[in-house]
Design a protein around this ligand. Structure first.
Ligand SMILES: [Zn+2]
Length: 596
């Protein structure tokens, strides 16, 4: 039996060895899991906190109000059938006509109307600059302008110049002011009342009318470069028409209204996934018959704006939908009009001129004034680091002297011996007042502000209530504070407690002095270091790209005493490195210098 016993012993040994191996593997697996767990949790945090949602109020149609430009006067002459577009961060209009002095027997005589080929632009929507009184394209109405890779294209429309008429051709411009005629003919029958729209990386030219030959169209042409166009269909399924609206919304094209050559309006609605095949949504849409209307897509809503029906109803209307099917109506404080231009610019919908129902051409401007950040209508909206942008109107923060991007500023180092250039004002300041808890007006760089909002909102979910008491500071304000500090202590002491003008992270627009509910939002207080809120920031601020600039016991490195309230934005990537290595931004910059 000896061999058998030996065999048993051997088996036992084998089992012990096996158990040890299994145990070791288990430990390795567990270690691996916990390692992965850490990695995942960081990415999860980023995903859930940064990439997903922050609570900024969503658009509430019932709160939509309209403000008139009646008090401002720097604007173009009354007109309709002009063309509006956004180009290089400005709103632009060009062309159109005014027939206020061409009414005969109650009807406009368009041959006697004033036509335009001027070009105007604006950065704020109210003060307009005439870029050119007579551009080199002809006097024109109802032309289409669209942008392809930084270049403007113009096609379609009608000119009262008898040598031109509908033969507008194709024009391009790099600056919106000087235009080049690229083609004298396009492949379709020349027309007006067409719709040109970008959809799924292609440009569509759809429908319209040649009023001289009384031909109206339901053809669809497509281009990828603006120059070459191909016919996709000669018959899109709906009745040929002009002055309809086609809007891109929820990844589809939506066609509303329009009219016949005899100026009878349509009231049907169509939808398309590809711009070529169309399906009927409504034979008789809830918003009724419309032509010369426009649309706006803003904050998850499609809105049909004004237009006229067969009865020339006088009240201005906006109809809103979130799905293209269910529509809600608003009667507006402006009168019904046709061939009005509408743009969405700086979080507002702008209504520019048009012809009133009573044959009165206008140059009035209305803009939407719903309180975008009204906390009563909070919904979530997606913001992603570096892409979202807070756009306030009006923005009360100082105007920039610098054109350095937020991204570059977030990587810019200032310290006791690293100075900003004279007259420096950062390029993207926004006022956080009304967006988060502030102490009055607090301006901060746009990118830093977005991430600060996300940080405050996440903190709130964790029952941590934060405030920002200081953001951007001008050199004058910095001097004032320095002098105040110096008077309280001594200039030597002051220089360790507060930066001199041009040496401050606050002047960069990247620094935020924070406080919290538990100390009654008291600013610049060392008490802050003892709070739960401070602890939360220690663990979470880096996720949002913020770092504590002047920690305890780092005076020799940073040059400043402990400031538990003073955080600055450095971006997520850098903030994570600083957090993981437990170093300050100054050490990080110094290390980089050594490495270089
Ligand atoms: Zn500070």
């Amino acid at each position: 039996m000896l061999p058998k016993q030996k065999c048993l012993y051997n088996n036992k040994d084998y089992r012990i060895v096996l158990a040890i191996i299994v145990f070791l593997i288990l430990i390795l697996v567990l270690l691996n899991i916990s390692d992965k767990g850490n990695t995942l949790s960081y990415i999860d945090k980023l995903e859930s906190l940064i990439k997903k949602t922050i609570s900024v109020p969503n658009f509430d149609f019932s709160n939509l109000k309209w403000v008139s430009n009646a008090t401002t006067s720097k604007v173009w002459a009354a007109r309709d059938s002009h063309t509006a577009f956004i180009f290089k961060d400005k709103m632009w209009i060009l062309g159109g006509l005014d027939a206020n002095n061409a009414i005969e027997k109650g009807e406009p005589n368009y041959d006697k109307a004033i036509y335009f080929n001027d070009v105007w632009n604006t950065t704020d929507g109210l003060n307009w600059t005439r870029a050119i009184e007579h551009a080199n394209f002809p006097l024109i109405r109802s032309t289409s302008v669209f942008e392809v890779k930084g270049k403007l294209f113009m096609l379609g429309g009608y000119s009262p110049d008898t040598k031109v008429g509908y033969d507008i051709g194709l024009w391009t411009s790099n600056d919106g002011i000087s235009w080049t005629k690229e083609k004298t003919k396009l492949p379709w029958v020349e027309r007006e009342g067409q719709k040109v729209i970008k959809f799924k990386d292609k440009y569509f030219m759809i429908g319209g009318v040649n009023y001289l030959s009384k031909e109206r169209f339901n053809d669809v042409w497509v281009s990828t470069d603006g120059y070459t166009w191909s016919l996709e269909t000669n018959n899109a399924g709906w009745q040929p028409r002009w002055d309809m609206e086609i809007s891109e919304f929820n990844g589809k094209l939506w066609l509303t209204g329009g009219m016949t050559s005899e100026v009878k309006t349509f009231g049907d609605e169509w939808v398309s996934n590809d711009g070529i095949k169309w399906s009927l949504v409504y034979k008789d849409a809830p918003y009724g018959h419309k032509q010369g209307h426009t649309s706006a897509v803003s904050n998850g809503s499609l809105m049909i704006i004004s237009g006229l029906d067969d009865n020339n109803t006088s009240t201005g209307e906006v109809w809103e939908t979130k799905d293209g099917i269910h529509w809600t109506k608003q009667i507006t404080n402006w009168s019904a009009r046709e061939d009005v231009s509408v743009l969405v610019f700086k979080n507002r919908i702008w209504i520019l001129g048009g012809m009133n129902y009573d044959y009165h051409w206008t140059n009035d401007i209305y803009f939407s004034d719903y309180n975008y950040f009204d906390g009563s209508t909070i919904n979530s909206q997606t913001f992603t680091e570096n892409t979202g942008k807070i756009d306030l109107y009006p923005n009360t923060c100082p105007s920039a002297t610098s054109t350095i991007s937020s991204q570059d500023l977030s990587e810019t180092f200032v310290s006791r011996d690293k100075r900003l250039p004279d007259g420096f004002v950062p390029s993207n300041l926004v006022d956080l007042n009304g967006l988060v808890k502030t102490d009055g007006d607090v301006c901060l760089d746009n990118l830093a502000a977005q991430n600060l909002i996300m940080m405050f909102n996440q903190a709130k979910k964790d029952n941590v209530l934060l405030s920002i008491n200081f953001g951007y500071r001008s050199p004058e304000k910095q001097q004032e504070m320095f002098d105040f500090y110096a008077k309280q202590s001594s200039p030597e002491d002051a220089s360790e407690g507060i930066a001199k003008p041009y040496y401050s992270e606050h002047q960069l627009g990247m620094a935020a002095d924070l406080s919290a509910k538990s100390i009654n939002y008291l600013g610049v207080s060392t008490k802050f270091a003892k709070t739960e809120e401070y602890k939360w920031l220690e663990n979470n601020a880096y996720i949002f790209g913020f770092t504590l600039s002047y920690p305890e016991d780092k005076k020799d490195i940073t040059g400043y005493k402990f400031e538990p309230w003073h955080y600055r934005y450095v971006g997520q990537q850098t903030a994570k490195i600083l957090h993981d290595k437990n170093i300050t931004f100054s050490e990080y910059i110094n290390n980089q210098k050594v490495a270089d």
